[in-house]
Design a protein around this ligand. Sequence first.
Ligand code: BGC
Length: 923
Amino acid sequence: MKKYDYSLKKYAKIARQAAAEGCVLLRNENETLPLRTGDKVAVFGRCASYYYKSGVGSGGLVNTKYVVSILDALKAYKGITIHEPLLQIYEKWIKENPIDEGNGWGTVPWSQKEMPISDEIIALAKKDSNVAVVIVGRTAGEDQDNKNEAGSYLLTDIEKDMISKVSKAFERTVVLLNVSNIIDMKWVEEYHPSALMYVWQGGQEGGNGVVDVLTGQVNPCGKLTDTIAYDITDYPSSAYFGDSKKNYYKEDIYVGYRYFESCAKEKVLYPFGFGLSYTTFDITANIKEVKEDKVSVAVMVKNTGKKPGKEVVQVYIKAPQGKLGKPLRVLVGFGKTRVLKPEESQELLIDCPKSYFASYDDAGITGHLSCLLLEEGDYDVYVGADVRSASHCGSFFQKEVILEQLQEACAPVECFERFKLQESKTKTYAMAWDRVPVRKIDIKERIKDLRTSEIAYTGDRGYRLVDVFEKKVTMEQFIAQLSEEDLRCLHRGEGMCSPKVTPGTAGAFGGVTPRLREFGIPVACCADGPSGIRMDSGAFAFSLPNGTLLGCTFNLTLIEELFQMVGIELLKNKVDTILGPGINIHRNPLNGRNFEYISEDPILTGKIAAVQLKAMHEFGVTGTMKHFCANNQEQDRCVVEAVVSERALREIYLKGYEIAVKEGHARAIMTTYGPVNGIWTAGNFDLCTVILRKEWNFDGIAMTDWWASANWEGQEDQKTNRAAMVLAQNDIYMVCQDAHEEEEIDNLKEELECGVITRSDLQRNAKNILNFILQSPAMLHELGKMNLDDIEDFNEGEDVATTPEITEYFPVDLETGRLILDCIDETIQFKDIINFGITTAGEANYSILLEITTSLSKLAQIPISVYFDNIYRGTISIQGTEGKTILVTEKIGYIKGKYHYIKLVCKEHGVTINRIEIIKEVE
Ligand code: BGC
């Protein structure tokens, strides 16, 4: 391995640069920004100090050592002064109006109550300051979409009043949006703040990144990865978003700017790709070369302004309408310059693969059913700094060409109407309706045809996985030794917080049973993702900027550097794959998980994901792309069906994944909770086998989302229907408590006996899992070949948490060997942390039992970490109990000595621990 400089300092520096480059400046009247030396700044909004580092849910639970808020960073900047009296007013008010954390998972409020701004406050602030910075914060996330309501997508009345009063009073007012998703922006035309910037959620270094831009140390160079329309109803998907049963994708391929730029330009407030700088650029471009598989565009970018800065150049194609109809603009390539000094120029050569702008004919209307093709005609190339202003730089004639002959897969079973762009003779465009073709193939037949042949069972021949690693035997010879039960267990991932892998992580897979371990199969580890490593044990990890922010940087080199750090961090924490990148499409601004995802555009999404994967692969670790596919709504996510044409799937919703597989050599993927066209993705053969593996040549592992279910077509979904998952080639079910005990729970044994699935299906999946493990650090650890010496340890000496001084010790009863603590009668108060002393009843093994009630839903993941003498012992991982009371236990281990400390940490709210028992185990 190369020598890598890996330190928290370096990690923080790269993340800070990313947080800065992801900021998108939308307005900067009269050079309000950058702040100038000597500026006196009045800071408004409670989110100045309460910074949203990420959204909520599994993708946000990174335990960070620190988080820099915008206020922290402003205070640390030497060239300006902050209006102290105003800060004090906020501090007092915040004390009286503490943060509302909600009830935990899925119920965290989208925003926090804001302090009303009186005329007196304005007058006070105005007296001693010349610039105002107003910060508005929002969150959303897993199990929690945004809503078109005040405090979520819309501003609250207090926020509007604050922005309105401040903007009127100050000539220079900067509004910063610390948000997970885009929000409604109509108010800008009403209150005219002189500057406005989306700063998203920048992870633990976020505040620093924002202030670097505010102060001009970094010239803003981020661009919108979504179109911001006037109203939420302007997005065609809004009519269907939020339905609890079916979500019709009637807008088809006309998602985001593909729709707005084609026929609804007037509805756009800020176009896709837009973002201002403190300088100006001149962009000229020409088509350099048109080859069989790509078009190369040469772009000259010149800094024509007065400040150094970077510019993002975007290349769009307008393809002929042909028979299929196409959006008037499709992003096909982009590039970012280095920092250009005033008058300096840089030439960028941007390669645009033709597959990025080819169309999929799902109706056979071109005479080429199920083909990816380019229709004949003139293709116009547009280049610029956003989709709207990109100007025509040339055209080329393309003869009809079929790029790929594919096959019908994942087609809808229900006929519905979809958008199709219509071109008039005078070249005006309007949306019309077209009927979506429905499925013609027989999936059952297809599964039979594509079944692999069985490897004859040999029993244990003494081969171990290392023998395959060292090429002494083939994978087939190795697999031949595994019994059906072994193969079934291999399908079962364990978690959350399995003690077999890094504490507090999401899942363990591979050698999860003693028998599989005997064959030398190591246990591999996966951890959430995507915005840093989630370890519910309380161990520290680095919190990254969210997916949307990373997309807005349009900076592949920077993201590569950042994910090299992530790669090393994974290695050091013995995590083989992080559960990310999130690469679903921002179909609608209200989707709660948009913050984990990158953009409304699949090409940008795919390229950002590919570079993350490539960077992590340098260290042998990887990422698990998720959620495959069309996870575009959180509400009712386990059941709501995406009803979507095959064309839209292939051109929009699958395209990012395809790029990540083909260009990023992805090695792991996670399916969703819900169904696409009638079949739950966890057991969807067309998706997991035909498209993913046969068409894209993916040879990694597929896993389900946690506790996902699957169905036989036409039937209800069930969590225990693992046979459907195995058949589909979704290799690993995530997650169960114990792979072996699951023999009695899932349907694998039964369906094997009836021949619905075969040993060959399991063997095929086993091969995927084992091949993955062979390439993973887990294997090197197993062989004692993992060497981390070349990497400097940034976490060394860091304690996980400190134990406050304890004066009271509760005795474990010497006779019964039990200590029972009733938490309800206030013997012990539970608030995030319970920390108490015990005196033991002699040397023995002890365990802890908890009686818990939670109000949270069954999909809520609630970790309770147990520390003994401040050393982490394990995490009790429960799901929400919806009001029911349960008992759980965790081993503490062998205890010597009399006085000890027990600490329980649970960051989720809505969890009540009624009773704690410390139990001495009887020999
Ligand atoms: C989420 C996944 C996550 C998994 C493990 C699920 O609830 O949908 O994205 O990786 O939990 O935490």
